[in-house]
Ligand binder design. Structure first.
Ligand SMILES: NC(=O)c1ccc[n+]([C@@H]2O[C@H](COP(=O)([O-])OP(=O)(O)OC[C@H]3O[C@@H](n4cnc5c(N)ncnc54)[C@H](O)[C@@H]3O)[C@@H](O)[C@H]2O)c1
Length: 266
């Protein structure tokens, strides 16, 4: 029997990057996974990867800023698989600029998807989890948010708005963990560092331009800032999410777990 045999899960922003790695890791551990993304074709490709590896998965369109869509996804999971054990609020975006040049649009885009999206989806997920009985481990459900090192370390150049959105995710994680602890809904977060994904590719370009240096120089700065001496992989993050999603973490709630190669320690 695998770690998550018999469990069901939903992952947002799972069409690529960290979300894809989370979906693959949960499926590999035996969970049935609903792969969701605003890019439905990308979600379907990840579902197909899981099926090709012998796992169980479905794919649906989900824009995390659209609560009726989140309701449809959670209903589909409950109808098909009976309950929702694990929900990963992973979808996120970034833009970069000097604070004085940030626009209201930058602020709204980052806050709407990173912070409000996690709120809107979590509300729907908690309503479903509260309706379901405890599992064999005495847990009703688990929510895992992809926050960021920028959710703890404000000193992140050109990312004031993103930092604010990720501090909000860490705060939401703690508030929900406190409120729903008595209901045995566990709410935790992971805080990745410099992860090689599409988001990082875009940030390297922006930061190089803003600093007036090469992309390679910015990448060197990221690695230099990381005591373990390399860029992080999506799989580095997914392994910690898998731990939090599993019975190994039955007595952990309200935590924002650093997984950043030592780039930020607290
Ligand atoms: N890459 C990093 O260095 C890093 C570090 C710390 C935290 N994070 C966080 O990890 C999460 C995943 O980031 P990533 O690096 O894999 O980014 P990515 O851009 O590679 O992937 C993000 C995915 O989210 C999807 N998405 C975007 N807007 C959406 C929306 N409104 N609704 C649903 N899906 C949407 C995209 O289509 C994409 O598939 C984000 O929350 C990000 O803030 C990333």
């Amino acid at each position: 029997m695998k770690l998550l045999t018999g469990k069901t899960a939903g992952v947002t922003g799972a069409g690529g990057g960290i979300g894809r790695a989370i979906a693959l890791a949960l499926a590999d551990a035996g969970a049935k996974v609903m792969v969701t993304d605003i890019d439905e074709a990308a979600a379907q490709r990840v579902r197909d990867e899981i099926l090709a590896q012998g796992g169980a998965a479905e794919a649906m369109h989900l824009d995390v800023t659209n609560q009726p869509e989140a309701e449809a996804v959670v209903r589909a999971i409950a109808d098909a698989w009976g309950r929702l054990d694990i929900w990963c609020n992973n979808a996120g975006v970034s833009t970069m600029n000097r604070f004085v040049d940030l626009t209201e649009g930058d602020w709204d885009f980052n806050m709407d998807i990173n912070a409000k999206g996690a709120f809107l989806c979590s509300q729907v997920v908690v309503r479903q989890m509260l309706r379901q009985p405890l599992d064999a481990d005495g847990v009703r459900g688990r929510i895992i948010n992809t926050a960021s090192m920028a959710g703890k370390r404000g000193n992140a150049p050109f990312l004031a708005h993103y930092v604010a959105s990720k501090f909000a995710v860490v705060g939401l994680t703690q508030a929900m963990a406190g409120e729903f602890g008595p209901d045995k809904i566990l709410v935790n977060a992971v805080c990745p560092g410099y992860v090689r994904t599409g988001m990082q590719e875009r940030e390297l370009q922006w930061e190089a331009q803003l600093r007036g240096v090469s992309v390679e120089e910015v990448q060197r700065l990221y690695i230099e800032d990381t005591p373990l001496g390399r860029l992080e992989t999506p799989e580095d993050v997914a392994k910690v999410v898998l731990f939090l999603a599993s019975p190994l973490a039955n007595f952990i709630t309200g935590e924002a777990v650093d997984v950043n190669g030592g780039a930020w320690m607290d």
